[in-house]
Design a protein around this ligand. Structure first.
Ligand code: ATP
Ligand code: MG
Length: 553
């Protein structure tokens, strides 16, 4: 849990409303994803905010699919969104769909036509754009704007009945062509789309625009606080206009700054390109900023919630450092992850004075940081062990507290060993490191009186199991790929995935379970990948142990 923090500006608004008894002190928020892609960390911020408000003030949150655009939407996305929200730890009051309101929205449109506040326009999209004016020049009306109520009612009914082709006509709100707010210059309410909808099938060939669907959906559900991102500020006047003219429940829109994060992109359109063009494996590739990718990579839901809490809710856009998210992940995992030994870049260490046929079993704590060590597991030890290549140096520099001829180190949970020799192959690569051990130095029972500065991890050669290990780096080479010249994909990091085909792991790792975090000692936090099988274990590196980029939480 994070320390007490002051209220964010939306909480202040909600508290004020509760004090004033607005809506009877009731709080109902909604999270309104468009099911046209998988959720990303930016959506997590919106989810934590919306559900967080409801939890804090005894309210509820609806999950509403904003499915008014039939062309890009799909039930696959609906299912993934539900799974992601649940995994983040939130329960919605009702699962709703804007498409459920299509009949109601149609009635609202008819009502506005009857009030002389909406009209059918036969102009092309280009003509409408040209007539709209510019921010400094007012728009101009056209002849369609003066159509009679009767004619509008008939044409709108014909649009609905499929009499016209896509783009032939639109329904527009009659607001104010001279408004300084371009969104009020007779915005579109309906367009014709002869397209199959993932829920309503072929029932409709006219679909409401976002501006006509969103606020009306909020009002139908009696949403008290409709929270969205800053780009909707200019839409707010229209949101209020429709609600006022239709005399609906007075939902209100409040805007906060969207989350932007370094070294990634955050728009579903761009993420879809990465998937479709094969730059990543799928939406849940562990390098993706998607919630499903982060889950697969091993980020705990609690770390994502903590991250959203720490970044707060701002009124101005900014760029959050990816390192902050990684910091939150480490902080969570350090508390809970069991420690295991895995050698990723192996070299053989032979203990020349240890009997060839001997095996000892050492019992080592699962997590020394946890109270009571969180239980123990058995680790077999023998004459030959794998160690990391980087833990030996032919010509060790001063203060190298690992191995080199004449140097001593502790093998974690086992003995202190002293190096006396090494073997090279014809190419000059070191293939074996030879040591003797100090029998009295056994961990937990050390009477040797010898102090060594370094402890290294190892895996017994005859007992070692193997696994593939996938190490991930930043997906992009630059902080803000969307803001660079040219295509954002030119800035993909070619080294964002490094695969180690064969790493040696201690035998207990065969019991690892998907979704459980494990610390490979000195190497990072890892978790089993979903493609892992009993025959071939695959581990994803969740995050390194330390930040390599100088970030301090
Ligand atoms: P994208 O541009 O990535 O496709 P979107 O805004 O079109 O995102 P929606 O499905 O419409 O995606 O968003 C659902 C909710 O999540 C909206 O209320 C939206 O404002 C919010 N949201 C989307 N992206 C972010 C972000 N980066 N930070 C905070 N909230 C976001
Ligand atoms: Mg959207």
């Amino acid at each position: 849990m994070s320390e007490e923090r002051s209220l964010n500006f939306i909480e202040e608004i909600v508290e004020e409303d509760i004090r004033e008894g607005k809506h009877g002190g009731r709080v109902l928020t909604r999270f309104p994803p468009e099911p046209n892609g998988y959720l990303h960390i930016g959506h997590a911020k919106s989810i934590c905010l919306n559900f967080g408000l409801a939890n804090k003030y005894g309210g509820k949150t609806n999950l509403r699919f904003d499915d008014t655009n039939p062309v890009k939407e799909d039930t696959e996305y609906v299912d993934s969104i539900k799974a992601d929200v649940k995994w983040l730890g939130f329960d919605w009051a009702e699962e709703l769909y804007a498409s459920d309101y299509f009949d109601k929205l149609y009635e609202f449109a008819v009502e506005l036509i009857k009030k002389g506040l909406a009209y059918v326009d036969d102009s092309t999209a280009e003509e409408i754009a040209a007539q709209k004016g510019t921010p400094t020049e007012p728009g101009v009306g056209n002849a369609y704007r003066n159509r009679s109520v009767e004619e509008n009612l008939q044409l709108f009914a014909e649009m609905k009945d499929g009499k016209y082709a896509d783009g032939e006509k639109v329904l527009r709100a009659k607001v104010d062509l001279a408004s300084p707010n371009m969104h009020l210059r007779d915005p579109l309410m309906y367009r014709i789309r002869h397209a199959h909808h993932h829920r309503t099938g072929d029932k409709w060939c006219i679909y409401p625009m976002y501006d006509f669907a969103h606020g009306q959906s909020d009002a139908i559900e009696e949403i008290t606080h409709s929270v969205c991102t800053l780009e909707f500020i200019p839409h707010r006047a229209l949101y209020d206009w429709f609600i006022e003219k239709l005399d609906l429940f007075d939902s209100h829109q409040y805007e906060f700054a969207r989350l932007n994060m370094t070294y990634t992109v955050m728009s579903k359109r761009k993420l879809l390109q990465l998937v479709d063009e094969g730059h990543v494996e799928d939406w849940d590739d562990p390098r993706m900023p998607t919630i499903s990718g982060m889950r697969r990579r091993g980020y705990p839901a609690a770390a994502i919630r903590e991250f959203c809490e720490r970044i707060g809710v701002a009124k101005r856009e900014n760029m959050i450092d990816l390192s902050l998210l990684e910091f939150c992940v480490r902080e969570q995992l350090n508390k809970s992850a069991w420690r295991r030994m895995a050698v990723l870049d192996p070299i053989k260490l032979v203990i020349t004075d240890y009997p060839e046929d001997k095996t000892e079993i050492f019992s080592v704590e699962n997590n020394p940081e946890a109270e009571g060590g969180d239980g123990k597991r058995d680790i077999p030890f023998s004459r030959e062990v794998w160690i990391e290549r980087e833990d030996f140096m032919e010509v060790p520099p001063k203060k190298f507290f690992r191995l080199g001829v004449g140097l001593m180190v502790r093998l974690k949970g086992a003995y202190i060993v002293k190096c006396h020799d090494f073997v090279k192959d014809a190419d000059g690569n070191v293939t074996e490191v030879h040591c003797t051990h100090i029998p009295e130095s056994q961990s937990g029972n050390d009477t040797s009186g010898i102090n060594v500065k370094g402890t290294i991890h190892w895996v017994s050669v005859p007992h070692a199991k193997t696994a593939e290990v996938r190490q991930y780096e930043r997906l992009f080479k630059v902080e803000d790929p969307s803001n660079e010249d040219g295509d954002f994909k030119e800035y993909l990091n070619p080294d964002s995935l490094q695969i180690i085909e064969t790493a040696y792991i201690e035998p207990d790792l065969m019991n690892a379970e998907a979704g459980t975090a494990i610390q490979f000692m000195r190497k990072g936090y890892f978790t089993l990948d979903k493609h892992s099988t009993a025959d071939k274990l695959v581990f994803n590196r969740t995050v390194t142990l330390k930040d390599g980029w100088g970030f301090k939480g």
